[in-house]
Design a binder for this molecule. Sequence first.
Ligand code: ADP
Ligand code: NI
Length: 214
Amino acid sequence: MELATIKEFAKAVLAEDATGHDWQHAVRVEENARNICPPSLTEQEIESVRAACWLHDTIDEKLAAASRQTPATIAALLRDNGATVEQTKQILFIIQNLSYSKNIEQKITLDAVGQIVQDADRLDAIGAIGIARAFYYGGSQGDALYNAEKARTASELTAANYRDNTSVLNHFYEKLFHLKDQMNTTAGREEAERRTLFMEEFIGEFYREMNHKN
Ligand code: ADP
Ligand code: NI
């Protein structure tokens, strides 16, 4: 695969995003993926992991309509840049099915490549970067830092109400603290547990300050 061309394409598509799904997010996801890749992966599979990481948000509903791509455009990009028919199908399936919202009410089974990409994307939603992205995203949507009247638990979250935001603080309880239990790979789970401890410490301090315990 012509990975350099695919990377440049994704960079151009994601350049304008201001909701935390920008090009730097895609770069971190690709780096996370390389860190959790098991040695059993073939060269072809590693190529698919890298291309899927860079492209994973280019067709996402959160992206501004002007930059959002269609699956057909991504398929053509991949085919034009040396991906096999199988790799093209594989990457398209992954980027259309890895998101949290797609997996709330059903659990879509991804192949080994997809499981790595999904873990890598989830890792970028937790830890210090995850905290930063949650507040950044909430700000971009006009959400409050916290709002006791809009509490929602993880089990109350549905595909339909996922975009009906509560508050940034509540997002930790409805989603971010639970990601570590949904990781696919051992290496991904270990890193997720470390990052979650850091988030718990942060939220503990957040409540302490909110309740003026100083
Ligand atoms: P996924 O790609 O798993 O579907 P999203 O694209 O919905 O997840 O979310 C990606 C990033 O945006 C994450 O870092 C997440 O924390 C943040 N985010 C999504 N929804 C909210 C929300 N309601 N409040 C705060 N942050 C959010
Ligand atoms: Ni993402």
